[in-house]
Design a protein around this ligand. Structure first.
Ligand code: NAG
Ligand code: NAG
Length: 311
């Protein structure tokens, strides 16, 4: 009988102790995505099933693989904060349950697992809570360069497509005029900052058969990000890069003023011819009519000659 009682009491006590340990617990968003060069938020909130006032005794943020903690709050003050790490709320106090970590300038090395260890006035958990950060950087709009510089249909040459500064590893793909995928290797180069530059080469075997080639950049999850197109002229023209339409824009920007200036010059010349003829007629009286007609012809020829010279 006594033995049964002891067993019962010890079970109750152990239940109470377990419950006590979990009176406050930390809930973290399991996956966070940060944009390269921008702020990243690792969201964690302290929760309790009790209604009592909650006060943080200790908050410690750590990154997997680093011995040194990133951010520590202990005994009423922040005792450690590595550069670039802070509480998400700039006016955070020990009664604020939002213990989220803010990374001010996200870089590739910030990617990975993190732990957040919190002790409150009513206890804490045995194991710290975990969260993680994925870093993402957008690749630049691809550019196509041809070798030789001017390349036409049915001629031999090489097209090189490049797109820079993305993360994680992306892929470049070539397409012909029918939008059919021409499979070529994507060369990946890692930069100092951990971002990737992509490059892919398309070499013609017996002259480029398609009238245009496109190069597209796909991100790590296979999503199309950007596509540019290179037109190969049939004759000995220059290749024209499309996609942004910038080049054809600049052509019309040059052509349009030339048309306007040209019509102005022609109009002015016609006015000049008209006024000279009129003033000549007016200056001479009716009494030299034969002579006037002769000189008039002469003058007209001269003005026409002048006009031709100016034009
Ligand atoms: C925690 O605080 C940050 C910064 O003020 C805020 O962006 C975030 O939404 C907060 N999270 C919650 C769950 O309130
Ligand atoms: C990849 O691109 C798709 C479509 O644009 C987008 O929804 C997705 O978030 C991108 N993924 C990454 C890792 O950037």
């Amino acid at each position: 009988m006594a033995f049964t009682w002891i067993l019962f009491i010890s079970t109750v006590i152990s239940h109470i102790c377990k419950g006590n340990a979990a009176f406050s617990y930390v809930e973290c968003k399991t996956e966070n995505v940060g944009q390269y060069g921008q702020e990243s938020l690792l969201e964690c909130i302290v929760k309790t099933r009790r209604t009592t006032d909650l006060k943080m005794r200790t908050v410690a943020w750590k990154k997997d693989g680093l011995l040194e903690p990133l951010l520590v709050f202990h005994r009423g003050r922040i005792t450690k904060a590595l550069p670039g790490y802070s509480f998400a709320d700039p006016s955070w106090t020990d009664t604020n349950r939002n213990v989220s970590l803010l990374i001010s300038n996200t870089a590739v090395q910030h990617q990975g697992g993190y732990s957040c260890d919190v002790t409150t006035n009513i206890g804490g958990e045995e194991e710290p809570s975990r969260t993680s950060l994925d870093v993402s950087a957008k690749y630049t709009v691809p550019t196509i360069i041809s070798h030789p510089e001017t390349i036409a249909q049915n001629t031999d040459g090489t097209l090189v497509c490049t797109s820079d500064g993305g993360y994680p590893t992306g892929e470049l793909r070539w397409f012909d005029e029918k939008d059919e995928w021409i499979k070529r290797e994507t060369k990946v180069t890692e930069t100092k900052s951990g971002l990737f530059n992509l490059s892919s080469t398309l070499t013609s075997k017996q002259g480029f058969k398609s009238s245009k080639y496109s190069c597209a950049v796909f991100n790590a999850s296979g999503g199309l990000q950007d596509k540019v197109q290179l037109n190969l002229p049939n004759l000995n023209g220059r290749p024209e890069e499309q996609g942004t339409g910038e080049r054809s824009d600049s052509v019309s920007r040059v052509v349009a003023p030339m048309v306007v200036i040209g019509s102005l010059i022609v109009g002015l010349l016609m006015l000049l011819v008209y006024y000279r003829r009129r003033s000549l007629r007016r200056r001479r009286g009716a009494h030299h009519e034969v002579a006037v007609e002769e000189t008039d012809h002469h003058d007209e020829d001269r003005v026409a000659e002048e006009a031709e010279q100016i034009a």
